[in-house]
Design a protein around this ligand. Structure first.
Ligand code: ADP
Length: 611
């Protein structure tokens, strides 16, 4: 049932007004009644006095039994004084009357005022006269036979008649009506004044309450910008002012608390949205309660539109749905994995699912945190590939060493020529092993030094570094009757680690010699170039050897990658030289590139920043 509640004004205003109106009405009625009674009383006394005045003469006429004169007297003096005079015998018979013929009048013994007067006391009555058709006031006094005035009535005195005087109260009524009219006018004025005063008083009581109600409603809608000012008004009552002060204080505290909550929420929101992990919160009915920017990006959806939607409608991944079912079903946290098909390859996600609990500890949904572990996975794959490659590279020479040693042990050692040949092969294979291990150690040292920031760079002249690299390879070049042409301005200075750079250039020069036919030449050239206002130094190692097919170029700098496996085996390379070069140049903040035409030669270009 809906209660129809009234405004406080309408609760108190009619009530107070009614009380005041009833009070005024009662006072007016009582005043009017009092005046009426007073007038009647006074008129009654007046009539009685007049009766006393004429009682002696009437008694005289009665004693003389002169009824005729009595009747004449009653008529004359009654008319003269506008008062009706009636003389009634103890039997009730009317002896004389001013207005009527006594013979035609009925017995008056039972009239209350006459009855009282026959009892020896003056009687008075106010009643409506049917005979005259108006309200009449009667006053009767007893007439004692011996002439004793009734006031000093002797016990033994005989009442021989009753003298009654009466008059219409029309005049009194008229006067009373005038007075009542005035009272009514005063009452109306009082009512009007009471109405205005009550209205003002009620307004004064209700207005602050209404103001407070309005402000409190604003508070309930979260608007704390206003405060109740009624506390500063003089007319405000103590209770209302105390209530308003309490409400103001409450609003201050609420405002403060809400601001704190909003700040905390914003901070959480910032943390939530700047997290690299994807986070999805779902309700028990699998609706998305919250999703952060990383998750929206990962699943290619709009954060705003996804919120509130069923997770199955927005994210199409069966495994994710299964994981949500699982956490909602069991409530037990778990870690799992998820693979997302993406145009650039699969994305591997590590998922962590937990139940969302309410303040009371009841499950209200689930939270999934998804961590992109694709890079980690690739690194793991690279690491395991690397281990497999290293094992493979090491196993090949070891297998041959083992084979030849076993052959020697099986008897080949007895044949000196075979034994020498086998032992030479064993030596070559162990040198290969040693080279691979040296290269692996060199590679890992560069990686370690770079990651730990232990590579020292100095501003150095480039020419001596290149000269030493050429010198290192000179013996092999001369062995193949090859010429190395070095062209580098002595003025070129760079911030470099000379040992590492020499190592890199020597590696490239070695390859150029290895993968070229006899009598060819190799060029080593260093130039200063300007690209987009920035100066660079390029070091080019150009050969006219076998070249590299285009399909191999993108992977050439990977560890153990070889473009021509058969020839490589023959040349005995480790497959790590270019990977070492790449790491050294990267440590210098530079780049290394290759361009080659199969069968015509190759060009390796190292580009380093120059100041
Ligand atoms: P390797 O020790 O086998 O030479 P590298 O990492 O130095 O290993 O070279 C990787 C592969 O690149 C080589 O096996 C070879 O096939 C190719 N390569 C490198 N330099 C040249 C070059 N100057 N001419 C032709 N092929 C080359």
């Amino acid at each position: 049932m809906v209660l129809k509640q009234k405004r406080v004004f309408w609760q108190i205003f009619p009530l107070i007004l009614a009380i005041i109106l009833i009070s005024i009405a009662l006072v007016s009625w009582y005043g009017s009644r009092s005046v009426d009674t007073f007038y009647i009383e006074e008129s009654g006394i007046d009539l009685e006095n007049r009766a006393n005045l004429i009682s002696d003469h009437v008694l005289e006429l009665l004693n003389a039994e002169d009824i005729e004169s009595l009747r004449a007297y009653c008529i004359d003096s009654g008319r003269a004084s506008a008062t009706r005079i009636t003389i009634v015998a103890p039997s009730g018979t009317v002896l004389a009357d001013t207005n009527e013929n006594p013979d035609t009048m009925d017995n008056h013994r039972s009239r209350p005022e006459i009855d009282e007067a026959f009892d020896g006391v003056p009687g008075r009555s106010l009643r409506f006269s049917n005979t005259l058709g108006e309200r009449m006031l009667y006053s009767a006094i007893p007439l004692i036979a011996d002439g004793t005035h009734w006031r000093a009535k002797d016990e033994s005195g005989t009442i021989i008649a009753v003298l009654r005087l009466s008059m219409p109260v029309t005049a009194i009524d008229t006067a009373l009506r005038t007075i009542n009219r005035k009272i009514l006018g005063g009452t109306a004025l009082a009512v009007f004044a009471a109405f205005i005063v009550t209205l003002l008083v009620c307004k004064n009581i209700s207005r602050p309450l209404e103001d407070m109600t309005r402000t409190a409603e604003r508070y309930s809608q979260g608007d704390f910008s206003q405060r109740m000012l009624i506390t500063q008004k003089k007319t405000t009552s103590l209770e209302v002012a105390t209530l308003a002060t309490a409400l103001n204080r409450m609003a201050d505290q609420l405002d403060e608390k809400i601001k704190t909550i909003i700040n905390q929420r914003n901070q959480l929101e910032t943390v939530f949205s700047s997290m690299t992990e994807a986070v999805i919160a779902v309700s028990l009915d699998e609706n998305i309660v919250s999703i952060n920017a990383a998750a929206a990006r990962l699943f290619g959806i709009e954060k705003q539109t996804a919120q509130g939607c069923l997770v199955q409608e927005v994210i199409r991944n069966i495994d994710l749905h299964k994981q949500i079912h699982r956490i909602l079903g069991t409530g037990e946290s778990f870690e799992d994995e998820l693979v997302l098909a993406h145009q650039n390859g699969s994305i591997f996600l590590q998922t962590h699912a937990v139940s969302l609990l309410s303040g009371e500890g009841a499950t209200i949904g689930a939270l999934l945190v998804l961590n992109d572990v694709t890079r980690l996975r690739r690194l793991e794959t690279m690491r395991s590939d690397f281990v497999a490659n290293v094992s493979h590279e090491l196993r090949t020479p070891i297998t041959s060493i083992r084979g030849y040693v076993e052959t020697l042990l099986d008897g080949a050692i007895d044949d000196r020529d075979d034994a020498l040949q086998f032992l030479e092969i064993v030596l070559i294979k162990s040198e290969q092993l040693s080279e691979i291990i040296d290269d692996l150690l060199a590679l890992s040292k560069i990686e370690k030094d770079v990651s730990e920031g232990e590579v020292d760079f100095e501003h150095q002249q480039l020419l001596p570094v290149l000269e030493r690299a050429v010198q290192n390879c000179q013996k092999r070049a001369t062995g193949k009757n090859m010429k190395i042409n070095l062209a580098c301005e002595p003025s070129l200075y760079l911030s470099i680690n000379e040992t590492l750079l020499e190592h890199a250039v020597a590696n490239l020069l070695n390859n150029a010699i290895t993968y070229s036919e006899k009598d060819e030449s190799v060029d080593v050239r260093a130039d200063r170039e300007e690209i987009d206002g920035q100066y660079y130094v390029s070091i080019r190692i150009i050969d006219r050897g076998i070249g590299i097919a285009q399909e191999h170029l993108p992977r050439l700098f990977e560890r153990f990658y070889r473009s021509d496996k058969a020839r490589n085996r023959q040349n005995g390379g480790t497959g790590l030289g270019l990977a070492i070069v790449k790491h050294i140049i990267q440590a210098h903040g530079g780049t290394v590139e290759v361009s080659s035409t199969y069968g015509e030669g190759s060009e390796f270009i190292i580009t380093l920043k120059s100041s």
